[in-house]
Design a protein around this ligand. Sequence first.
Ligand SMILES: [Zn+2]
Length: 207
Amino acid sequence: MFNKSSICAVCKKRKAFLYLRASGEWICSRCLCRRIEKRVVKILKKKIKERFIVLGLSNTGTVVLSHILARFPKENFSIYTPYDDVLLKWIKRRYKLREVYSNIYEVQNRVWLIIPFSLEELSAFFLKSIMKLYYPVIFASKHIIFPLSSFDNQQLEIYAVYHKLPIIPRSERDLYDKLFHEIEEKTPTIRHQFISFIDSLKRLISD
Ligand SMILES: [Zn+2]
């Protein structure tokens, strides 16, 4: 959605580029990128002395996350790639990420697993897990973080364009994503609400 007359609600200087339906603000590309970086840094800084494994996927989120992680000490991060494609090879080379070869599920309790899912990807993933009764996928591990999950695909793509990074075409909507997409028309925050509902459930169960 474009509106040439809007000014960014954050910096109050630059021309706004994107309308955020969830918060009702207009924002410029620069402030959006900063917001994405701040969010990731805030989540990871709390655990900075620990080790992380990034799950490398063929999505824009993996590119964005690897770019942001470049500012952290390298020795804390490795990447695990369940398959190898041109994009993942490029990411590993460009950001000099060490590769983990062991089964990530075995080391999961000793390190944090970072999954670069966007808002759409995480909400559809959680819904699918519930529908298929794969509760353990959602609730078993406390060592998984989703630092990009407050940002939708479009926002991550703007980040990538702003930093001259590749954008990976989105995969076709699955059944679960379509369902959210329909409800979103009337309730723009549905995905955020769903993810925070799952977070509350997790806390309830772990108490
Ligand atoms: Zn701005």
